[in-house]
Design a protein around this ligand. Sequence first.
Ligand code: HEC
Length: 120
Amino acid sequence: SGKSEQELQDLAAYFDNQEMPLSQANPDLIEQGAALYRGGNMASGVPACAGCHSPQGKGNEPGGYPRLSGQNAEYISKQLNAYRGGERATGSNAAIMMDVAAKLTDAEIEAVANYVSGLH
Ligand code: HEC
């Protein structure tokens, strides 16, 4: 019959430890990411990223809004996951992003990370 409980646990642990590679420049993903970045997601209450990070992702460093352009997709998605999971709770600025990230789905994180990595 099927796999033993132990085998299933080993398998789950194995997948947990894999770095999931982000899809490379998938046009649909980039388009979804662009829509979210520029317009947010009204249904789930995600504000437009561009409102704080600027349309080109240049941010506003003196205001505490970091530049996003030039960061790779993996870094961006890691940060968004860390805000969402509460691992990057470093103060009041981080709290702003924790609030934003809490409303993001995994698919949105992947899409917006891919889009941001291509901003110049
Ligand atoms: C209301 C303003 C605001 C909005 C909207 C916003 N951000 Fe942020 N974001 C910030 C601030 C402030 C920080 C700095 C937080 C800190 O100090 O950790 C930040 C940090 C980040 C970082 C970490 C950058 C780094 O260098 O590590 C990422 C990635 C990010 N934001 C992505 C996004 C994305 C994607 C969206 C849209 C879904 C978004 N942000 C929407 C204000 C905002």
